[in-house]
Structure formats: structure tokens, C-alpha cells
Design a protein around this ligand. Structure first.
Ligand code: SF4
Ligand code: SF4
Length: 376
């Protein structure tokens, strides 16, 4: 085991391979607050990559409803139970390289059984069959007191659900890669995308077992495992992934986590408004989420770590620059490398520094002239 630094945990951790950072790391931010659960992203991915024989139950992008939904069923609850109660983060140990403090518990690598790279489990076939199980199902029915149905009161709704949009996280310390006995999984040096070499894979499914997010999937007809490829042929053309381009709610933005000019870097590192999913697992996932404002904070903290309260406070009361960057979500299919926020507009630039999108920060108010009013 090597020692690598995981900034989500604010400490070094055990990992089977030494650190080998890519030149750039693919990343994305998903704003849960804006998702309408339409599954357009899911179908965009399916119709591009998983429409062939043996891929019928394969959804590289899925949108599940929390708290009960999951694809495969209960993937997160099952792993959290296996990991057992852990001490959590020490908030007094916050530094620039450890913005959430230091995680005192065990990661899936540190809790791995003897002879295995990571703690995990292999979901049985039936758990992959119903990707939208418990869709739109809240944590409990509203109470009726004296004939009056319980309403929703901000800042937190006691009765809640929210959509969780999931693709492969193209982790900095991938458990799938760590577990593969064939060394068939690799992380691209140019963009950090994690791929399975179909020629080397023998379908042992160690990756399916080890990935805490359950994003590699087994294909019976080829006897190999497959997974989200971050639409790398599109990325090479300077275009965002299909799920991101197709998103109706404009909840998604793609960029580079390690480039200070990228809007994704701004949201994650500077504003700290977007957080990793289950950072305690230890893979340093590169998809970040703006947590939903209305959900109970304790539920969100176990899912996104200790940055939840600050992230929601900032999202609910954004600075002018943050408001500008939030307008760039879904505004173009081009991959934004940098941005600028002016008093009125947010502007996005491509890899050559050329302007590709310009959006107003405040919607213009147009007053209909009195001669055109349709009421008198
Ligand atoms: S999410 Fe899973 S499949 Fe994707 S890189 Fe991380 S460990 Fe591997
Ligand atoms: S397309 Fe966008 S809004 Fe629709 S379910 Fe997917 S992430 Fe949510």
C-alpha cells in the first residue's frame, strides 16, 4: 500500500498505487436544486452508449430519488452498513489543503478485508433491474393534524425527497482500478478519465465489487465490465458529455477541477458550494453536487460531508460572481475552460480563449406598452 493525499479527507490515506496525477482532471458540478427528474440525461446516455445487446439493464447515467431510491438498489446503504459507524471529520483540523477538516474514520481502502483492495460487495442481478425504484417517493407521508395536512416550511422540509444524478466519478483514487487483477482499468494521463480496456478485461467483476458507487457494470454477452467513459471522444472535440449537453434543467456544468480558471474549480475550491458524494469512501470522486436547500441537514451531511451547511448558506445568498457562474450551467455545449463575470453578464470561453457563450445575470424586465395590453 502507498500513502496518497486525499484533500476531501484532509489527510493521507492508504491506496494500492502511488499518486500519479493526470495533467488535467475531468470534473463536473450537478446542481441538485434545479433537477426536475425528467431522465433526459439518462436517455441521452443510453441512446449514445448502451443500446446494444446485453446492455439492456445498463444505465451509465441514472437519476435516483433519495432517500429510498438507488441503482443498483440500496447501493449506498449497503456499503455504509458494511463500513460501520465511523468517527467523521475533525473540524478543528481545517487548513487550505483540508477545507472540511480531517476525516478520522476508515476509508474503503483502509477497511478492506485481507487480500482485497477495497471493502465492497457484488450486487445480485435483481438489484440492477429497477433503476427508478422509489422514484418521487418522500421519506414519509405528511402528517394530518386536526384535519390540516402538514405543509412544507423552509429552511428544511421534514417530508422530503430529492433527485441524485449519478455517473462514474472518474475518481482520483479509483477503487475499480485498484481492484482489477488484470490491470485492465486505467486513468488517462491527459484528462483523468477512467476507462476499462475491453481487450484486457476478463469479466472477473472485481471492479463492480470494489466501486463504492457501483458504476462499472457487467455485460453478459461479452463477459466484460463496462462503464461511463465521460464521452471522451466529445471532450477531445471540446464538447461536454451527452448527459450534460442534454440536461433540460440546466443543472450540469463540466470542467477541470485542477485548473483555477475553470468554473468547476471556482464552484468547488473557491466558493465551496459544490461537494463530493460520500467523500468518506476515500476515492476522491470528481463529480460535485450543490446540495438541495430543502432537505434535512443531517441527511445531507452523511451524504456530502461536513461542508453542507456552508454550501447551502452560500447558494441561498450568492455573491454576484457566483450568480454569474450559476447562469453558465447548461448555457452551451462547448466545454468552458474559463469565464468572466461582468456587472450584467456571465461569459464563457473555450480552450482557445474564444468567447462561446454570453448570458445575462438578471433576466431583463420588458414592460408591454399600454397600446398592446390585452386587458382593459
Ligand atoms: S466511480 Fe467507481 S467506476 Fe468510476 S472511477 Fe470511481 S471507483 Fe471507478
Ligand atoms: S436531464 Fe437534467 S433535469 Fe432532467 S433528470 Fe437529468 S439532470 Fe435532472
Amino acid at each position: 500500500m502507498a500513502q496518497v493525499y486525499n484533500w476531501h479527507l484532509g489527510r493521507a490515506m492508504n491506496y494500492p498505487y502511488p499518486d500519479a496525477k493526470p495533467r488535467r482532471q475531468f470534473a463536473a458540478v450537478f446542481n441538485i436544486n434545479r433537477c426536475i427528474g425528467c431522465q433526459t440525461c439518462t436517455m441521452a446516455c443510453k441512446s449514445t452508449w448502451t443500446f446494444s445487446k446485453g446492455q439492456e439493464l445498463m444505465w451509465w447515467n441514472n437519476v435516483e430519488t433519495k432517500p429510498f431510491g438507488g441503482y443498483p438498489q440500496s447501493w449506498d446503504v449497503k456499503l455504509l452498513e458494511k463500513l460501520g459507524p465511523q468517527p467523521g471529520w475533525d473540524g478543528t483540523a481545517k487548513t487550505e489543503g483540508a477545507p472540511y477538516g480531517a476525516y478520522r474514520g476508515k476509508t474503503i481502502f483502509e477497511a478492506a478485508p485481507q487480500g482485497q483492495a477495497a471493502l465492497g460487495y457484488l450486487p445480485p442481478d435483481e438489484e440492477w433491474k429497477v433503476p427508478n425504484i422509489y422514484e418521487d417517493t418522500a421519506n414519509r407521508p405528511p402528517r394530518i393534524t386536526g384535519g390540516v395536512r402538514e405543509g412544507a416550511t423552509l429552511p428544511e422540509h421534514e417530508v422530503f425527497f430529492f433527485y441524485l444524478q449519478r455517473i462514474c466519478n472518474h475518481c482520483s483514487y479509483p477503487a475499480c482500478l485498484a481492484a482489477c487483477p488484470r490491470k485492465a482499468i486505467y486513468k488517462r494521463e491527459e484528462d483523468g478519465i477512467v476507462l476499462i480496456d475491453q481487450k484486457r478485461c476478463r469479466g472477473y467483476r472485481n471492479c463492480v465489487e470494489a466501486c463504492p458507487y457501483k458504476k462499472p457494470m457487467f455485460r453478459g454477452v461479452t463477459q466484460t465490465s463496462e462503464k461511463c467513459i465521460a464521452c471522451y471522444p466529445r471532450l477531445e472535440e471540446g464538447t461536454v458529455a451527452r448527459c450534460i449537453a442534454a440536461c433540460v434543467g440546466k443543472i450540469r456544468i463540466q470542467g477541470w477541477i485542477d485548473d483555477p480558471a475553470s468554473p468547476v474549480h471556482y464552484l468547488v475550491h473557491r466558493q465551496k458550494v459544490a461537494l463530493p458524494l460520500y467523500p468518506q469512501f476515500g476515492t476522491e470522486p470528481n463529480v460535485y453536487y450543490i446540495p438541495p436547500r430543502w432537505a434535512p441537514r443531517a441527511f445531507l451531511r452523511q451524504m456530502f460531508g461536513p461542508g453542507v451547511d456552508d454550501a447551502i448558506a452560500k447558494y441561498a445568498n450568492p455573491s454576484h460572481d457566483l450568480l454569474g457562474v450559476l447562469q453558465l450551467f447548461g448555457a452551451t455545449q462547448r466545454l468552458l475552460y474559463s469565464f468572466e463575470v461582468t456587472p450584467d453578464e456571465a461569459i464563457g470561453f473555450d480552450r482557445d480563449g474564444a468567447e462561446v457563450v454570453r448570458v445575462p445575470i438578471n433576466e431583463p424586465v420588458v414592460v408591454r406598452p399600454s397600446q398592446h395590453l390585452n386587458i382593459t
